[in-house]
Design a protein around this ligand. Structure first.
Ligand code: SAH
Length: 256
């Protein structure tokens, strides 16, 4: 199954896939009339659709069904990660974090962060590409960088988790019980969070979380905590039911 982005829906259950998405569909993947695709409207919904016709400028599709929260964790999980010197590592985190189900990415400036610019437009493109790969409804929001105190204000109503090597070894993601609040997970810079920052996290009632006895690099910690937290969320609240057709690879429908 392949997913394409389109905002061009008509009242008659028809959608047009245009531009790069149309070229990808028709020239690269060489899909044909009758093939089943998913259309993501970039507003949080995914639709089951059948290709009706492939024209020069656009692929015309018949929309079959709207799939709400398709492949999304029950609770949004924001990753707040201290900016990394090497932009390639941020790219990697966006790609893997999107595949794992993060809902948003907040670059962080902390006491020990070496300030460097974050190419948010580039990260947004990477998030879109990863959504196509992993078939999600939501393209994670990429926020502009914030200082830790501002970032904490922006997630005032969230359940807060701060990853810290000095955390109680028993406080692992698997020990946490999640409620309906969205979750914000914080991962520090190369030098770690400063003690005063850990104090601020505690004042905000964050859980100070251990990812095990080994010292992980920031990007590893980010992927590890997202994997473990989202697995917990998905096991505590079963994933919503999605029509079987969305998961099959039966690409062709005979009658249109
Ligand atoms: N304090 C470090 C390394 C920090 S690693 C040093 O002295 O060099 C970067 C970030 O990854 C940390 O701030 C923390 O958020 C996370 N992290 C790394 N290993 C971790 C672990 N075992 N448990 C929890 N968080 C960890």
């Amino acid at each position: 199954m392949n997913l394409f982005f389109s905002r061009e829906f008509t009242a008659t259950n028809s959608a047009r896939v245009t531009g790069q998405e149309h070229l990808h569909l028709s020239r690269v993947l060489r899909l044909r009339e009758g093939d089943l695709i998913l259309i993501n409207d970039l507003e949080g919904a995914v639709y089951n659709a059948v290709i009706h016709s492939i024209e020069k400028e656009a692929t015309i599709c018949t929309v079959k069904e709207k799939l709400r929260h398709f492949n999304e964790p029950q609770i949004p999980v924001i990753l707040a990660l201290a900016i990394m010197k090497n932009p390639g590592k941020m790219d990697w985190v966006i790609e893997k974090g999107t595949e794992l189900g993060m809902s948003a990415f907040q670059p962080l400036l902390t006491v020990r962060t070496v300030p460097s610019s974050v190419k948010t437009a580039r990260l947004r493109n990477l998030a879109e590409t990863a959504v196509k790969q992993c078939l999600r409804s939501i393209v994670p929001t990429i926020h502009e960088a914030l200082k830790l105190d501002q970032a904490l204000l922006s997630v005032g109503k969230h359940r807060l988790l701060a990853c810290h090597e000095g955390a109680d070894a028993a406080c692992t993601p698997e020990r946490l019980i999640f409620d309906t609040r969205p979750v914000a997970v914080f991962v520090g810079p190369e030098g770690g969070f400063a003690e005063e920052e850990i104090k601020v996290f505690r004042e905000h009632r964050a859980d100070i979380v251990s990812l095990g006895p080994r010292r992980l690099r920031g990007e590893t910690a980010a992927v590890a905590v997202l994997t473990r937290v989202i697995a917990q969320i998905e096991s505590q609240c079963p994933v919503r039911i999605v029509p079987a057709s969305a998961h099959t690879d039966s690409e062709r429908i005979n009658q249109l």
